[in-house]
Ligand binder design. Structure first.
Ligand SMILES: Cc1ncc(COP(=O)(O)O)c(C=O)c1O
Length: 475
């Protein structure tokens, strides 16, 4: 490649020309996916065939716009009102457009000079979240790449605060452990193992009939751990759980943590957004007593993935997690500069996440998060009621959040699991709806997360009708 060829990589006129075409294409895509409900949510393809398709594309002479169109056609459409699958926000357009700005600027953000605006905006956004949690002014936090990483970072802070000795320097000599509900997301288990706690170090407390941690068992589980020589450092609360959207009793967990000198972390990746809602914040009562809280903006709060706030009640704690020297980045590892966000995060080069949150608040006002939370949680209840009205369908529990589990039950208990799996497979192949499934104990349930505020009651009715039609066709 010569110099002229390289300069093409940065051509403003290419950017303008392709950018305009691309924005038009994406706007048409949004229009169609939102308004033409009969269009597929997902046109499913077998993985090997999909790979072969793209290998062919690689050697074809199709142009870049063809390529983008194919990517759109061959991807799942979260903006479709009949997308009710995994917990991914339907990103607001302003947040997606902010993504264009962040990708052009590509400011690293970990170091102040590499992200002046984004670090300042991150401070504003995280202070805003801290206030909504109900924390005092000495709370502080940052944005990081996903709930998984936020939960791991919080447990690192917990280890720093509660494990005996200088773990960061010397490793830990004790067998450390955390207590968590058996319903917790698998990333908590993974985090404990990454931290070197091993299988014994993740103590899963059974849940009650509402899939919330059974707080009456906590003391016994703690005593049992101690008797085995484990040093329990933290208890993790779910707000909410992934499978059923149930909120643990955070007040009880806070008291338990305080009485036993444990770090209290809340995994609010999915449902922590209720802090914005007058109507639903009761679900997370006690959240302000946690030492740390993780909340994903890219689940319930309208941004593209990934975008997670990790907030500490005592802002000082957020600086203690990583105490490495990085002389080429900053002068001292001990100073507490909020504006060098890499001091407190796993990431070194970090995405400019704050723009994607800030732009939403700037454009629509801060109560837009409340409106979205209320709409989605209300829709969960609408759907649950419709399920209950049908004799051949069974609702797992009345949902607290926007996660609704149910199954088709007009079949024998021997085949009910496989029957429901087949229903989902057929739904995926037909592509008109997208839902997922989960195991609750030994039972398989169809699982929906209602993520799209533009989903309507008629979409739920159409889904249940479709399932009934599929079930009939299997008999
Ligand atoms: C409760 C909960 N915690 C953590 C995670 C993981 O978050 P992320 O996908 O942002 O890493 C999820 C994802 O579904 C979740 O539901």
């Amino acid at each position: 490649m010569n110099e002229t060829e390289l300069s093409k990589l940065y051509s403003p006129s290419d950017f303008r020309e392709i950018g305009h075409q691309l924005v038009d294409m994406l706007a048409d895509h949004l229009d169609q996916t939102q308004s033409q409900k009969e269009q597929a949510v997902l046109t499913y393809q077998d993985p090997e065939k999909e790979l072969a398709y793209w290998k062919d594309d690689m050697s074809s002479d199709s142009n870049i716009m063809d390529f983008y169109k194919k990517v759109l056609d061959r991807s799942i459409h979260v903006h479709h009102p009949r997308y009710m699958g995994h917990q991914v926000a339907v990103p607001s357009v302003i947040s997606s457009l902010s993504g264009l700005v962040t990708d052009v600027l590509s400011n690293g953000t970990g170091v102040y000079e590499m992200g002046m605006a984004s670090n300042a905006l991150e401070r504003i956004v995280t202070d805003f979240v801290a206030k909504k949690i109900g924390y005092e002014s000495d709370a502080a936090g940052f944005l990081t790449s996903g709930g998984t990483l936020a939960n791991l970072t919080a447990l690192l802070a917990a280890r720093k605060a509660k494990a005996p000795g200088m773990v960061w320097e010397e490793g830990h000599k004790e067998k450390l452990a955390v207590l968590v509900s058996e319903e917790a997301h698998y990333c908590i288990d993974r985090a404990a193992r990454i931290l070197g706690f091993g299988a014994d170090g993740i103590i899963k407390v059974p849940s009650n009939e509402f899939y919330k941690i059974d707080t009456s068992l906590l003391a016994a589980y703690l005593e049992n751990a101690k008797s085995k020589g484990l040093a329990v450092i933290a208890v993790v609360g779910c707000a909410s759980s992934t499978s059923t959207g149930s909120y643990d009793d955070l007040e009880m967990l806070a008291t338990f943590a305080e009485d036993n000198n444990l770090w209290f972390h809340i995994d609010g990746a999915h449902g922590g957004g209720v802090i914005f809602s007058e109507k639903y914040k009761y679900l997370a009562k006690g959240i302000d007593k946690a030492d740390s809280v993780a909340i994903d903006f890219h689940k319930m709060l309208l941004t593209p993935a990934l975008n997670t706030a990790l907030i500490f009640k005592n802002g000082e704690d957020s600086y203690k997690t990583f105490e490495q020297k990085a002389q080429y980045l900053w002068d001292s590892q001990h100073s507490r500069e909020w504006y060098n966000s890499g001091k407190r995060t796993f990431e070194c080069t970090k995405l400019m996440m704050s723009l994607k949150v800030y732009s939403i608040i700037k454009m629509y006002g801060e109560d837009i998060f409340e409106k979205n939370m209320d709409r989605l949680y209300d829709l969960g209840k609408v759907f649950a009621k419709l399920i209950k009205e049908r004799a051949k369908f069974e609702l797992l529990i009345d949902p607290e959040a926007n996660i609704v589990n149910f199954r088709y039950n007009d079949v024998s208990s021997e085949v009910i699991n496989s029957f429901n799996s087949r229903i989902r497979e057929e739904l995926i192949l037909l592509g008109k709806f997208y839902i997922v499934q989960t195991m609750v104990g030994e039972n398989r349930y169809l699982r929906t997360s209602i993520m799209n505020p533009l989903t309507e009651k008629e979409d739920f009715i159409a889904l249940l009708d479709e399932i009934q039609r599929i079930a009939d066709s299997f008999k």
